[in-house]
Write a protein that binds this ligand. Structure first.
Ligand code: G16
Length: 545
């Protein structure tokens, strides 16, 4: 076979963000845009010859086309074997699991996560390393540097591989296996949770749940595990068919985008006890009880406090980590259990070293991500199964479990306000103005609240000593309240300003306030300090979670 070498010119915008390279489909379809980035990955990796690559995506528009291109480039690069999920489908956690199981060199996951799909939507590509986790910053920076010097890429002239049929092929001396996307993941879940207990709950007739797959990747996983394996009634999984444009929806499992699920759970005389949703690539989750929303931060805290309820964690957990903007609720659990806890920058890649070193077992982020050391990614269905295990074990409702948790640990009122697609220049000016104010903020009082410290968060990885700076502006108050400002690293249009607000309340008689009302003082201070209206022209946040 003759490998073709194609001349190309670099694009200057291939810097991976919080989670891989995310751009509009239009950008990805520009001449050789995808090929350049894939070649940059291959040029950066060591040990490709004869190694195994895991390949799959969330099924969004351009997924199949991209898979065929990457296969041809993988053959040219010298991979010995590529494992692909049937139909080109692999959820991010399932891909992470396969990388570990097959001892692969890594995996390429095609997804723009919760971003909208379709020809007018977004596409994305991320590389996960041999531990199954997202490439660390040092690698993504090296890939970006390589993309800036790309002048040619290599591709094997082979026919498209049939993606829908399970099978094994040899192309250009490379083994290609199209495998069932769900089986290995299902086995892993069964090894962690009490499937008999969960099945009894789901089949009891007195408990009803809905899982919203949002027409994204978790549809096949949820159908197989919840309905076929655990016996939940047909119809438990809604929007279970993966569609290239997610049915025109926004596959983001939050109160704003999972509207149908929200209305089912919040219906006045509704009979659904438990609601859950996952995102485009299956790594996020939202947990709902009857007329009850569990913040992702509380979800992590509750799971950590009750970890031994699930067989996979029966012997206890080693420690907990959360991203910096995530509420401090999980820290309280760690303190009580006498466990180490860590505060990392936003981005799942920062949990990898802590998990590999055995310093933590559970980790999570406010951005609807929770997971454990079973993979090196956040895992939407895992969180749902963990909650089901907990509900089956406690024979109690979601709201009761969370309320009892608050009564024991106190409640961290929490909300995130997003200002989307704002002018990039305005966003940078706002951030710079905040940075200038930082030194003068310490000791300043705003009504009853006094600033203990204000800084630009930096993180030193306790395992490899690497330092990550500029990870978000924090205003920390003496009573433990916090306001955090960050620009998102996953948007594709302009800038997205995220304002994270948190206030701690120990008194159980005050645990039933409206969240935005409980945080109103902090919301006003955020505006006073950051002048969001003046800088962005926006009177209100676009999305409040
Ligand atoms: C990604 C990352 C997460 C991060 C989230 C939000 O999630 O994997 O670690 O918390 O983006 O990041 P940002 O605030 O920079 O937009 P996903 O589900 O989009 O891959």
């Amino acid at each position: 076979m003759t490998i073709q070498t194609i001349k190309t010119t670099p694009y200057n915008d291939q810097k991976p963000g919080t989670s891989g390279l995310r751009k509009s489909v239009k950008q990805f379809k520009k001449s050789d845009y995808l090929q350049n980035f894939v070649q940059a990955i291959f040029n950066t990796l060591e040990g490709i010859q004869g190694s195994t690559l895991i390949l799959g995506g969330d099924g969004r528009y351009f997924n199949r086309e991209a898979i065929q291109i990457i296969l041809r480039m993988a053959a040219a690069a010298g991979f010995g074997r590529v494992i692909i999920g049937q139909g080109g489908i692999l959820s991010t956690p399932a891909a992470s699991n396969l990388i570990r199981q097959y001892q692969a060199l890594g995996g390429i996951i095609l997804s723009a996560s919760h971003n909208a799909g379709g020809p007018e939507g977004d596409f994305g590509i991320k590389f996960n390393i041999a531990n199954g986790g997202p490439a660390p910053e040092s690698l993504t920076e090296a890939i970006f540097a390589a993309s800036q010097h790309i002048h040619e890429y290599h591709i094997a002239p082979i026919n498209p591989v049939p993606l829908d049929k399970l099978g094994a092929y040899e192309i250009s001396g490379m083994q290609v296996e199209v495998i069932d996307s769900v089986s290995a993941y299902e086995e892993l879940m069964e090894s962690l949770f009490d499937f008999d207990k969960i099945a009894a709950l789901l089949q009891s007739g007195s408990f009803k749940m809905r899982f919203d797959a949002m027409h994204a990747v978790t549809g096949p996983y949820a159908h197989r595990i919840l309905e076929e394996r655990l016996g939940a009634p047909e119809g438990t999984v809604i929007h279970g068919q993966p569609l290239a444009d997610f049915g025109g929806g926004h596959p983001d499992p939050n109160q704003a985008h999972a509207k149908e699920l929200m209305s089912l759970l919040y219906a006045r005389n509704g009979d659904i006890d438990f609601g859950a949703a996952s995102d485009g690539d299956g790594d996020r989750n939202m947990i709902l009880g009857k007329q009850f929303f569990v913040t992702p931060s509380d979800s992590l805290a509750v799971l950590a406090a009750n970890a031994t309820a699930a067989p996979g964690y029966r012997n206890g957990i080693a420690g907990i980590a959360r991203s910096m903007p995530t509420s401090q609720a999980p820290d309280r659990v760690a303190v009580k259990l006498g466990l180490p806890y860590f505060e990392t920058p936003t981005g799942w890649k920062f949990f990898g070293n802590l998990l590999d070193a055995g310093k933590i077992t559970l980790c999570g982020e406010e951005s609807f991500g929770t997971s454990s050391n079973h993979v090196r990614e956040k895992d939407g269905l895992w969180a749902v199964l963990f909650w089901l295990n907990l509900l089956a074990e406690k024979q109690d409702s979601v709201s009761n479990i969370v309320r009892k948790h608050w009564a024991e640990y106190g409640r961290n009122y929490y909300s995130r306000h997003d200002y989307e697609e704002i002018d990039l220049k305005a966003a940078n000016e706002l951030v710079n103005a905040l940075l200038e104010q930082l030194p003068s903020l310490s000791g300043k009082t705003f009504g009853k609240l006094c600033v203990a410290n204000a800084d630009n968060f930096a993180y030193t990885d306790p395992v490899d000593g690497s330092v990550s700076k500029n990870q978000g502006i924090r205003i920390l108050f003496t009573d433990g309240s916090r306001i955090i400002f960050r620009l998102s690293g996953t948007g594709t249009q302009g800038a997205t300003l995220r304002v994270y607000l948190e206030k701690y309340e120990a008194d159980p008689s005050k645990h039933d306030q409206d969240v935005q009302e409980a945080l109103s003082e902090l919301i006003a201070i955020a505006e006073q300090v950051a002048k969001i209206v003046a800088f962005t022209g926006r009177e209100a946040a676009d999305v409040i979670t």
